[in-house]
Design a protein around this ligand. Sequence first.
Ligand code: MG
Length: 294
Amino acid sequence: MTDLFPADAVLENLFTGATWGEGPVWLPALRRLRWSDIPGNRILEYDDASGTTHVLRTDAGFSNGRTLDRQGRVVQCSHGRRAIERESHDGPRTLVDRWEHGRFNSPNDVVVARDGTIWFTDPPYGIHESGREGYPGRPEYGGCFVFRFDEASGAAAPVITDMVHPNGLAFSPDESVLYVADTGYLQVPGGPAVIRAYDVVDGAHCTHGRDLVAVRPGGTDGMRVDAEGRIWSSSADSVQVFTPAGERLAGLPVPEKVSNLCFGGDDGRTLYITASTSLYRIRTATTDARYADR
Ligand code: MG
């Protein structure tokens, strides 16, 4: 544990009051942690200077996962608009909401590669009849794929088509491997609760898909990769850390079901954790694989 967390690291609860928190991202310029309350249909921000949380936006398009692009702008998934969008001073702007065979289901989580392309997962959780995490709707292309969107060409293309319900995703530090969680177990009897790994070819294609590790309890939702290439995964009772080979290194117990996490803080070494109704944080001994890019 000592190479993952300082000896005096303590898990802190920063806020409780969300319905189902998701989509954390650290905003360096504002020194704030922004995240989604998906069923509450709002976006929240924790302000590091004041230690307080405020509502940034309501009627928020049932936003889910988010990240920063190469220019430090927020790119996020919207269940409600079935889109990938970018935040600007006058609100979110849709970047892409369909490919040649129809609209997306409900983009769930997103990463930006060093070449600026946007990679995201598209399970159906935001179009269910319940309307809990979006607006009821029909799937239009008959699958749940991982897509790569090239803003320069305006085209989105599937890069992974053999998963049940792709969810969280993250690149290895050199972007030679893409890790993607499959949460098929949530709705498909006997469905997968695994992190899969794919080799990335020419920065545009994924091959050699393989199950890396089955994560229990509760499976992996969101995840991040640290500067040493280790995978920091959500699960039902903890944050779990794995080697690139899928060997479990450690588990950090969390009092609520963990949905997602991200590194942040001024030195990038604080881990922020969205878990059910709350936002938590803890100091670590590492940082995000992408921290040096900032
Ligand atoms: Mg997710």
